[in-house]
Structures are given as structure tokens and as C-alpha cells.
Design a protein around this ligand. Structure first.
Ligand code: LMR
Length: 327
């Protein structure tokens, strides 16, 4: 080959070579702070995905609702504007997959193992299958522990909830739960919570310590009750078309990255929430109350009828499968 031809061939090959090297970008959007179990899980996934694919995949993290709020991020995933999310299991109702709300039934899980038995078993897999017609694929469940309650007054007895405006995630089971306590539920995006509490749009909320701490909820709420009445967890989900269209070797590497980051996220949830609770205590701004067994029994008496009431929404078979797995 003459030099001229060589130069020409190299010039022709160049655009293709640089095209081939352009990384596949995964935009991973979520609504919480980076310094939370979900934020850290997402960071770990990014590191593992980029490392395992040798840089062929680049993961861009968008925490704190900086790209989309709760409802918008689901739509963005379906449209392919982002490729990955990890919404709370309480946020799938508006998508039309109401069965996920089984996870919101009050006092369903006695501990983390009981929750994990449901997600790791048949029900967890069946629920993910229900996402596929929506163009979404479920990859993993990430735990974030138990809900506590907050307000500007002590919430010890059921009567204390009467007429309280309580922010909830977009789950009809959570709506029924707050009503059963005598409160007035209000669905609101997570990103709006701080201001809504500050301005009195709502009086209180349920949530986990890692979110209460990183969103500085302790600045706008004087009382928290360690009720552990509900549970918060996430589904790591991807746009199905994007995922199915990945080269097989890359998908396998990403599956491994998901597996490892899931083990990590689940392992840190409890300690991270414990640490956050210490941070809230250290702020000196909140009175933290642990209910007595008698008080918890009173909550249970008010809340357990929600299970029956929600059969028509969530499905009796789903609820029974959850009971069986949760033990
Ligand atoms: C909430 O909206 O309270 C939670 O789902 C936020 C989160 O993702 O932890």
C-alpha cells in the first residue's frame, strides 16, 4: 500500500474506531441524597459497572430529584430519557402495577429477613414480571428499613393522629393506613417534603431516619416516634428495550455489578439508618419516642383492618403469598 492509500485508509477507519469506543451511557436518576443507602448503592453500582465493562459503560448518577421528581422519573424511564431508577415500592401504583403496594401493608414484616424472604422468593420475581408490559425490567430489590413517624407534636396513641395532615408516597395502602389512624393523607413528591413541613402544608410524615437526616427533616419536625409500622424498599429498574438491546457480554457484566451492589446496599441499610438516627439525636432538635408494647398493640388494632380493606386493590392472592413468604 502506498503511503497515500495508508493515510486514506486510516482516515476512513477513524470515525468508526471512535464511534466503537463511545461508551454506553446509563443515566441513573433517584430522589434521595448520595449519602443514603440508595445513594451509596447507586454509587457502588456505577463503580462496579464501569470497572467490570472496562469503561464500555458509563453510569451517570442524578441524585436528589435533580433530573426528575417521583412521578416524572417513571415516565422518563418509560420514554428512555433515563435508563435506570430505584423508586420506592410504594410508587408503582400510578404506573398501574398495584400489587407492589402489598409491601406497604402495616406491620407486614417483623424484621429484615421477613422482608427479604418476600423479595428473594417467587412473589418478588412475579412482581417484576408485571413490569414488563410497561416497558420496564426489574433487576433487584434494595432494602431501606422501617418507617417511623414524625410531627410537631408527640404521636404516641392512635388518637394523636386525629385530623393530622400526613404526607405519604403515592400508595393507596399508605392512604388507607393514615385514614385508619384518623389522619388526613396527602400524596406529595419526596422533593417537596421539607418545604411542605416547614410551611405547614402538611403536619407530619412517615419516613426512614436516613431520609429524615439527609433531607434535614429534623429542622422542621419536633417529634419522632419509633413505630416501625411500615417498611421502605426500592426496586432497581431499567428501561426494558435499552436493557434487552445491550450486547450480551455487557449485560452479563452489568448483572454482576447489580448483584454486588445489591448485596452492598442491603448490608448497609440498617447501620446507615442507625447512624442517621444518631445524627438526628445529636441535632438536639427532636424528641424521639419509643412506643410501649401496649401502644404498639393499639396501633396494630387500628391498622390491621387495612390488610382486609386493601384486598380489592392489591389482590388477595398477592397478600396471601406475601404472608406466606414473610412468615
Ligand atoms: C419517599 O418518597 O419518602 C421515599 O420513597 C424516598 C426514597 O426514595 O427513599
Amino acid at each position: 500500500m502506498t503511503l497515500r492509500r495508508l493515510v486514506l485508509a486510516a482516515a476512513l477507519a477513524l470515525p468508526f474506531a471512535s464511534f466503537a469506543q463511545a461508551p454506553i451511557v446509563i443515566k441513573f436518576s433517584h430522589v434521595v441524597a448520595p449519602d443514603t443507602p440508595k445513594g451509596k448503592g447507586a454509587q457502588r453500582f456505577k463503580e462496579l459497572a464501569e470497572q467490570k465493562t472496562g469503561g464500555k459503560v458509563k453510569v451517570e448518577l442524578y441524585p436528589n430529584s435533580q433530573l426528575y421528581k417521583d412521578k416524572e422519573e417513571m415516565e422518563a424511564l418509560q420514554l428512555g430519557s433515563v435508563q435506570m431508577l430505584a423508586p420506592s415500592l410504594a410508587k408503582f401504583g400510578p404506573l398501574g402495577v398495584k400489587e407492589f403496594e402489598v409491601f406497604d401493608l402495616p406491620f407486614l414484616f417483623k424484621d429484615t429477613d421477613s422482608f427479604r424472604a418476600v423479595t428473594d422468593g417467587q412473589l418478588g420475581a412475579d412482581l417484576f414480571k408485571k413490569l414488563e408490559p410497561k416497558g420496564i425490567k426489574g433487576l433487584a430489590y434494595w432494602d431501606n428499613g422501617f418507617h417511623i413517624m414524625s410531627a410537631n407534636k408527640p404521636l404516641h396513641n392512635v388518637a394523636d393522629f386525629k385530623g393530622m395532615k400526613m404526607r405519604i408516597q403515592s400508595s393507596k395502602v399508605l392512604d388507607a393506613q393514615m385514614r385508619a389512624l384518623g389522619a388526613i393523607p396527602q400524596v406529595m413528591a419526596f422533593s417537596e417534603l421539607y418545604q411542605a413541613l416547614q410551611t405547614g402544608v402538611v403536619d407530619g410524615t412517615e419516613g426512614v431516619p436516613s431520609n429524615f437526616y439527609t433531607q434535614k427533616i429534623f429542622e422542621v419536625q419536633k417529634h419522632m416516634t419509633m413505630s416501625n409500622h411500615g417498611h421502605l424498599a426500592y426496586a432497581v429498574i431499567v428501561n426494558k428495550k435499552f436493557w434487552d438491546g445491550l450486547p450480551a457480554d455487557i449485560r452479563t457484566q452489568l448483572e454482576a455489578a447489580i448483584k454486588e451492589s445489591t448485596t452492598y446496599a442491603n448490608a448497609i441499610a440498617s447501620t446507615e439508618n442507625g447512624r442517621a438516627l444518631e445524627g438526628i439525636k445529636a441535632s438536639g432538635r427532636v424528641t424521639i419516642y419509643t412506643p410501649t408494647p401496649a401502644e404498639i398493640n393499639e396501633w396494630k388494632k387500628a391498622l390491621m383492618p387495612v390488610h382486609k380493606e386493601m384486598e380489592s386493590r392489591v389482590g388477595k392472592t398477592t397478600i396471601e403469598a406475601a404472608y406466606k413468604a414473610a412468615g
